[in-house]
Structure formats: C-alpha cells, structure tokens
Ligand binder design. Structure first.
Ligand code: ADP
Ligand code: ADP
Length: 228
C-alpha cells in the first residue's frame, strides 16, 4: 500500500498559471524518490501539495495511513526541509531540533535526549550548544534535517535542500543523507533540478518537464552500487 497516492492532481494559481497538470503518482514506503525537472516546472508546487501546503485545484492526494492528533484532526506524518534552513537564531542547535517535540509536549529530558541522538546522526555531535550564527551553511542544513526527522516521520519531503551550498558541501551532505536513509529508512522525496544529484541519490526518478507541470517519466535507475 503506498504511503501517498496522487491522483489526477492539477494546480492552477489565481493568476492563471497552470503549475501542475494531471499528475498521478504513488509514493511507496521506504523509497528514495527524486523529483527532477528544470526550474519552474512545478516540482515545488507538487511537493507542497503533498505536504498539505496548498490544496490541488482538481484531483486528490490521499494519505492512506494518516494518523490523528489529540483533537482528532488528521495529521500527515511528514517532515519538510526547505532550501533555507530557517532556524531560530536565538536558540542553539539542540533547542532548534527539540522544538517540534516540545510543541508536542514531550517531557524536556526525553526531548533533549532524542534531539541529541538526532544531532549525532546528522554528524553534529559536539555542536549541541552552538548557535546558528556559529554554524556553516552545511551545518545549518544538517540541523534542519535533524529537526525534520526528530519526530520520526514516515516521509521526509525535501525541496532543493542543498542547492544554495557549495559543491563540496553538497557532496558531503548527499553522502551523509544517503547514509542516514540507510540507517533509518524513512521514505524520501527529494526535489532537485540536478540530473547528477537525482541519479546519485535515488533509484526512482520522477521527471517533470517544462511542458509545465507534467510528469514525463517515472524511471527506475540502476544504482552505481548496492543500496538495499
Ligand atoms: P519548480 O519548483 O519546479 O521550480 P514551482 O512549483 O515553484 O516550480 O513553480 C511552477 C510554476 O508556478 C512557475 O511558473 C511559477 O512561476 C508558478 N508559481 C509558483 N507559485 C506561484 C504562486 N503562488 N502564484 C502564481 N504562480 C506561481
Ligand atoms: P545542474 O547544472 O542543473 O545543477 P548537474 O547535474 O549538471 O545539474 O550538476 C550539478 C552540480 O553538482 C555540478 O556542479 C556537479 O559538479 C555537482 N556535483 C558533483 N558531485 C556531486 C555530488 N556528489 N552531490 C551533489 N552535487 C554534485
């Protein structure tokens, strides 16, 4: 059973732009999926709709395993990583990662422990007390990934997360993201305009193209080395 089913989804903005047209997609549990295409082809718009940020104009996005929060509202079990890490500048790395747990009323001790473990998983052991201004761009992105994963979501949606980073940092983060994924096996959807990055990271590449908003291909690619 897929984690998310996208059925005949289109999105037209108020100004008339047809950003996504008639997309059909099943996101399977445990997959690392890249959503690849040139700038402006609708990747972000699609990803945001999957996250529930903006409704489709037509079509449906189903989350068959959606859980419910304390008040009975359906909750999509996801983490989201944006290109801009948007950390709280007044809080240290640990406090930034803890934030979603504290919002869910997890006891402080437990939240601290879990967040420290998460920081270690993203390679930031020893930087718990550092403030965002003391961290490099790549490190801030690591904190942002830790914050998105600390709730242990089933699915991690990433919107060109490394695009603003220099090439060497991007290399490292790609490698470390893969390692993290092997260890924890969340379902990943990674938006990128880089063919290289999509092939490097994923076995499944969904290609969107400049005939705006269309899925042109859904590819299974052979990984250069074993992934499972
Ligand atoms: P991508 O992520 O592939 O670069 P986007 O999903 O951001 O593409 O954008 C797809 C198209 O929709 C583009 O033509 C963009 O200009 C347009 N678009 C995105 N957001 C809005 C908006 N809020 N209002 C109007 N047009 C938008
Ligand atoms: P685009 O030019 O659209 O960004 P490319 O597929 O041509 O996409 O490559 C993007 C950039 O990523 C290139 O500058 C390439 O050198 C660089 N790159 C090389 N190795 C890696 C890696 N392991 N992870 C991410 N980017 C890499």
């Amino acid at each position: 059973k897929p984690l998310v089913s996208v059925r005949h989804v289109s999105k037209q903005f108020a100004n008339g732009t047809l950003a996504v047209r008639d997309v059909n997609l099943d996101l399977g549990t445990g997959q690392f999926i890249s959503l690849l295409g040139p700038s402006g082809c609708g990747k972000s718009t699609l990803l945001r709709m999957i996250a529930g940020l903006g409704a489709p104009s037509t079509g449906t996005i189903e989350w068959p395993t959606t859980s419910h929060d304390a008040s009975g509202k359906p909750e999509r079990d996801l983490g989201f990583v944006f290109q801009d890490p948007t950390l709280m500048p007044w809080a240290n790395a640990l406090a930034n990662v803890m934030m979603p747990l504290i919002l869910k009323h997890m006891p402080k001790r437990e939240a601290e422990q879990r967040s420290a473990e998460m920081l270690e998983l993203v390679g930031l052991k020893g930087f718990e007390k550092s403030y965002p201004r003391e961290l490099s761009g790549g490190m801030k992105m690591r904190v942002s990934i830790a914050r998105a994963l600390v709730m242990r979501p089933k699915i991690l949606l990433m919107d060109e997360p490394f695009a603003a980073l220099d090439e060497i940092t991007r290399h490292r983060l790609n490698d470390d993201l893969l390692e993290l994924w092997w260890k924890t096996k969340f379902t990943a959807v990674f938006v990128t305009h880089s063919v290289f990055e999509s092939v490097y990271l994923s076995k499944r590449i969904v290609v969107m193209a400049a005939r705006p908003g269309r899925v042109m291909a859904d590819l299974d690619v052979d990984a250069p080395y074993p992934r499972d």
